[in-house]
Design a protein around this ligand. Sequence first.
Ligand code: UDH
Ligand code: NGS
Length: 360
Amino acid sequence: GQLKTPPKLYPHGKCLADVLPPVVRVGPLTINLIKAPSLKKVQMKNRYVTPGGYFSPRHCFGRYRTAVIIPHRNRESHLRTLLYYLHPFLQRQQLHYAIFVVHQVLEALIRRKEGSRLVPGRVRGSWEPSRDTFRYLCPIDLYWYRYRRFPIFFGYRPILSDTDTFKYRTVSLNTSTAGNATFNRAKLLNIGVREALRYDDWDCLILHDVDLVPENDHNLYICDEYYPKHLSSAMDKFQYSLPYWAYFGGVSALTPDQFMKMNGFPNTYWGWGGEDDDIAMRIRLSGMSMTRTPLSIGRYKMIPHDRDSGNEENSHRHNLLSNTRKTWRDDGMNSLHFQLLSREKIQLFTNITVDIGEAP
Ligand code: UDH
Ligand code: NGS
């Protein structure tokens, strides 16, 4: 992109934002994956994160609104490690952000476990940053060269209505309710986007595997104005390089517009493999191309793990991929069906529990 000079923020001379130093980001980070921290410890270290995993810079208006969406099942320790590193990382970037975990379970198994104790609950709590005090825009620093737009000061979108209830109060994350139903990463991401957009007018959706920890905090979790962006360009398991040129797995960033233009992601990839290649193909088919974080910055450590049961290699993936050209318009956000079991704002993230059914 071209270097653009940001327009003057306030015509009447200097504002506080010009003299406040930006929060210090350090570049390369030290990541220790030996032991997952407890949620309590993560909470203690992130005192300004409010329920739902929401944060807004305290002394200025965040320039960007970012929703991080994590597909999840039975990876609680990975989740704790990721939250431990991700919250401070996002705060140093002065983003207005929230973290959504989309959690795959089978409703039939919950019923068996919790029986008739299931009670309807209500979504409570406000996500609005306080508007009592006037705050300046967060200062721009060198890495924030691309000016996008002013945040909206007034007229925030109405957030979830009062009548919006969820069915079941609590579903444990470390769940035996996952069963052995096949995992479906792309469908969970579609659901995450749909749900996240109910909460705020996000500038950017970050689709984030639970086992990837960013290693450089200049890797900004903001979107490219024009094209979907691949953030995890250099993963340790691929020797900090790309496994192949069109690789789009791991962590990516799309604006809601870009996401809708490609009809979201496919719902039909059950099990491991191929869905990220389908997504890369959709980007092209919908007339966009892909941008990437430079290899020196898009560095990630993967938390080592074995293949999950219920996420076996999808034997149909090559067949599905050969048909993407024909199917992408009909398979995606416009054909998304699932059962929302709960929507909970817990301390470090919003937990969205869904039953997405089983592979046909
Ligand atoms: N995921 C879950 N639970 C599952 C399966 C997948 O939460 O049961 C999510 C999680 O966010 C994960 C993402 O889906 O980061 C991608 O799945 P993955 O990490 O299994 O995929 P990856 O290609 O690994 O990274 C495949 C298994 C490699 C086994 C190598 C053995 N040495
Ligand atoms: C490709 C898969 C992708 C996968 C990538 C990396 O072969 O889904 O390998 O895999 N595509 C197909 O199978 C068609 S990894 O080394 O992370 O296990 O993301």
